[in-house]
Ligand binder design. Structure first.
Ligand code: BJW
Ligand code: ZN
Length: 244
């Protein structure tokens, strides 16, 4: 099996060089080794919290304080977290011209903190908030002291600037991601279950346009059936070896 992985890493590297630049498509798994919990699977957030009770507009309407408590707790974790070797490997692949942009479902901002220049955020960013009443936008530098935080302009209720279930994705980010997917000859998919739509269509769009799909994950995902190369392993261990 180890020999298989070495062989597959070589194949993936060849595809990256031959069909450059790829795009990268990332999910919670890439931040797992930074200590940021994933959503699904062992130790995932949904094991302890029900999504419909926290990550929906209805949940926020019902109990904004509870939802904000959850986001503040996650902000504390992300605040203390550092990018890991997987984030830095993608920065290096961008520098080498092998990756053109990172399309991410993550809200933690760790790609940017690692120094990635091109990042498209499909599900928003946990550090941004917007006012429910006057649409004022602000950026937190640290987790808010009081929850729910209030709008500095009108005193209205702020909400995290992230995408909850049932909400549309930010229009420009989605359009950019689709354009990148349609015009790239390959995609490097890292640490996503691939089940959340429409984000999960991105690897399929690349595939439909004849592009190659390289996947890195500790287990098989919804993307694996269309992967040309599946690299089974931790992102922080596999991605740096792709750069070598
Ligand atoms: C490792 C690793 C290591 C671990 N190394 N790997 C079509 C079909 C079916 C359903 C739908 C559909 N279209 C829409 C829906 C409904 C819904 C949906 O997709 N539901 C499915 C879950 C069934 N989608 C929506 O509601 C979307 N909106 C929408 O469709 O609106 C329609 C509309 C249009 C016009 C007007 C109005 C409405 C919105 C979806 C928003 C998702 N939001 C969340 C929360 C964001 C905010 C927050 O963070 O709190 O986004 S949910 C959560 O899932 C989060 C993530 O970005 C997203 C994806 O999760 P991800 O990243 O894949 O993480 P995990 O945990 O699932 O997987 C981790 C992976 O890593 C695993 O595979 C591990 O093995 C691996 N791993 N450690 C490598 N070290
Ligand atoms: Zn306001």
């Amino acid at each position: 099996p180890m020999v298989g992985l070495v062989e597959d890493i070589r194949r993936a590297a060849e595809l990256l060089v031959q069909y450059r630049p790829f795009i990268a498509f990332t999910g919670a798994g890439i931040s797992a080794e930074s200590g940021v919990p994933t959503f699904r699977g062992r130790g995932g957030l949904w094991e302890r919290f029900r999504p419909e009770e926290l990550a929906t507009p209805e949940a926020f309407e019902r109990n904004p304080r509870l939802v904000w408590e959850w986001y503040r707790w996650r902000m504390e974790i992300i605040y203390k977290a550092r990018p890991n070797p997987a984030h830095y490997a993608l920065v290096e692949l961008e520098r080498l011209g092998l990756i053109r942009c990172v399309v991410t479902q993550n809200v933690d901002g760790l790609h940017q903190r690692a120094g990635q220049h091109c990042v498209v955020e499909l599900h928003g960013n946990i550090w941004r908030a917007r006012c429910m009443r006057c649409s004022y936008k602000l950026v937190f530098r640290e987790p808010p002291r009081e929850v729910p935080p209030r709008c500095p302009r009108c005193g209205g209720l702020l909400r995290p600037d992230v995408v909850w279930f049932g909400e549309p994705l930010p229009e420009e980010a989605w359009r950019t991601a689709v354009e990148l997917a349609e015009s790239s000859q390959g995609i490097l998919v890292v640490g996503t279950s691939g089940v959340v739509m429409p984000a999960g269509y991105i690897p399929h769009i690349v595939k439909q346009h004849g592009g190659y799909v390289v996947e890195v994950n500790i287990e098989e995902s919804a993307v694996t059936p269309i992967a040309d190369v599946f690299l089974k392993g931790r992102a922080g261990e596999v991605l740096p070896r792709l750069v070598e």
